[in-house]
Design a protein. Structure first.
Length: 179
């Protein structure tokens, strides 16, 4: 009798796991390792396209582009606040990227994507509170890039983002499209 009860509980647990895996869940998102494959599949992008990606604690982004940079697509993901695991799709497409860089600002972070026509070499976030060290992200000035920055919704100190070219000159964010 005891074996039968344990077997029944085991079968019910397996059935519950199978049901949860078969249907999309508002709690379980994509893992870090599956983001590029998800972007390629949902955007219908060929495997020979190049990829640039970045994953932070709360935000992730994938930029896919062909060799001559005439075609490109992106997907941006973020974690949901509260009880959830993984990253959830937030935006995708190919808007305005050829003209500069694009910034996606969410409640829990920021994603910056660029084909890097401006030869960006560094993205830096500085804080008014001098006790907090600046965050510096070096990028290859001759290749497209993605930088993701997490924010803490409880902390109002998100800092200021500065972008520099390979000569160290700060670039204007006038051509940044914020979505």
């Amino acid at each position: 009798m005891k074996k039968r009860v344990l077997l029944s509980i085991g079968v019910l647990c397996l059935l519950l796991i199978a049901i949860l895996a078969a249907f999309p869940s508002p709690v379980i998102g994509l893992t870090k390792g599956s983001l590029e494959a998800n972007a390629r599949k949902t955007l219908n992008v060929d495997e020979n396209w190049h990829a640039a990606s970045s994953v932070s604690e709360n935000v992730a982004a994938v930029l896919l582009y062909n060799s001559d940079l005439t075609e490109y697509r992106y997907s941006v993901y973020s974690k949901k606040p509260g009880f959830s695991f993984g990253y959830f799709p937030r935006s995708s497409g190919a808007k305005e990227l050829a003209e500069g860089l694009i910034s996606f600002d969410f409640e829990n972070g920021t994603a910056i994507l660029s084909l890097n026509q401006e030869n960006v070499a560094k993205v830096q976030r500085t804080y008014d509170n001098k006790e907090l060290s600046p965050e510096v992200y070096e990028v290859n000035s001759s290749e497209p890039f993605v930088v993701t920055l997490s924010s803490n919704p409880n902390n109002k100190e998100d800092g200021t983002i500065h972008i520099f070219d390979k000569q160290g000159k700060e670039l204007s964010l006038e051509r940044a499209y914020v979505i």
